[in-house]
Design a protein around this ligand. Sequence first.
Ligand code: SF4
Ligand code: FES
Length: 252
Amino acid sequence: MTTATITPPAVPEAIESFTVTLMIRRFNPEVDAEPHWQDFDVELYATDRVLDALHKIKWEQDGTLSFRRSCAHGICGSDAMRINGRNRLACKTLIKDLDITKPVYVEAIKGLPLEKDLIVDMEPFFESFKAVQPFLVSQQAPKDGKERIQTVAQRERFDDTTKCILCAACTSSCPVFWTDGQYFGPAAIVNAHRFIFDSRDDNAAVRLDILNDEEGVWRCRTTFNCTEACPRGIQVTQAIAEVKQAMMRGKP
Ligand code: SF4
Ligand code: FES
């Protein structure tokens, strides 16, 4: 009879943790006249993201800390915030990619009314989005009664702007939007672009007319903040430029 040798499972090496200081701009409308900074020391791992740090603070140190999040994977667009002065998604920002020898500053996005801590009122943002008719408008039935056929080249014209997740990182990084909340803002223009350049849509002229307004595309000063802020890598400034060109031509 032979005896089988069983190799014990490898014991994983201890994963190193480190302490990071987060400075969070707090605001409770029931007691605060103005927002103020509060610091928290959190033990984290290299795989943690800013969203994980916020969860740890909320679960272990201060349950009143308020922020939005849903998917935690860069899809729902609900956790855009300013991290060390730049608009980013908390769920896509790894702590180890920040300079953790200094405190990490986290605050709400700018230009929209602050409600509590990291939460802003998104209604003005969605009003602008809705105003540009972000849906397909077609006056004719499909030729075969089933599908509106499109070539690859036709689809490519608006491929980039289909990726928008409406996180508002672009609009709330725009200096024009900070000073004039009436400006439609980059995200609304991106979502208008999505349909203006869609060969199946018949309402490009209406959308171009809406954006040819004093609060429309001409307010853009091409600072590129929006393109740098976009977590989906959308060429936002280019999309705005293409809408401007379509306006000059009088067609997409
Ligand atoms: S264009 Fe980019 S930054 Fe702007 S709302 Fe869409 S996903 Fe967010
Ligand atoms: S939680 Fe959904 S995008 Fe970050």
